[in-house]
Design a protein around this ligand. Structure first.
Ligand SMILES: [Zn+2]
Length: 125
């Protein structure tokens, strides 16, 4: 039996179609744009846009995990502000950009898994 955590981790890493789990959800490795439909099963991926969801989830998750870490390090060390800026800016920027695609894949998969009737209704029209 596949747990939800494993399922979400798999979809974040592999970014496959949530229905067949065979073909990629995205147009290319570098693209944040999803395929119009799944190349394997024809599932219409573009009909349900995830909107700002992935970015919002990511800002909350990164904000709640990195800001306390920065504050603890700032309290434990006497680094000047410019050093914090040089160290944390690329880390935060890299994580934000790097995790945006997995976050989008998970958001789309969660939409499909939890409200698949919406997707099927659209398909019949
Ligand atoms: Zn598919």
């Amino acid at each position: 039996m596949m747990t939800w955590v494993k399922k979400i981790t798999d979809i974040a890493i592999q970014q496959k179609c949530p229905k067949c789990e065979k073909a990629s959800m995205f147009k290319s490795f570098w693209s944040l744009e999803t395929n119009e439909q799944c190349p394997h099963c024809g599932f219409k991926l573009a009909e349900h846009d995830s909107g700002d969801g992935p970015a919002v989830f990511l800002s909350f998750i990164l904000g709640f995990s990195i800001v306390p870490l920065i504050l603890v390090i700032a309290m434990k060390t006497d680094w000047p502000l410019w050093l914090h800026t040089i160290i944390w800016s690329p880390i935060i920027l890299g994580l934000s950009i790097g995790l945006l695609k997995p976050s989008k894949a998970v958001t789309i998969a969660l939409q499909y898994w939890n409200r698949s009737s919406d997707w099927e209704d659209k398909k019949e029209e």
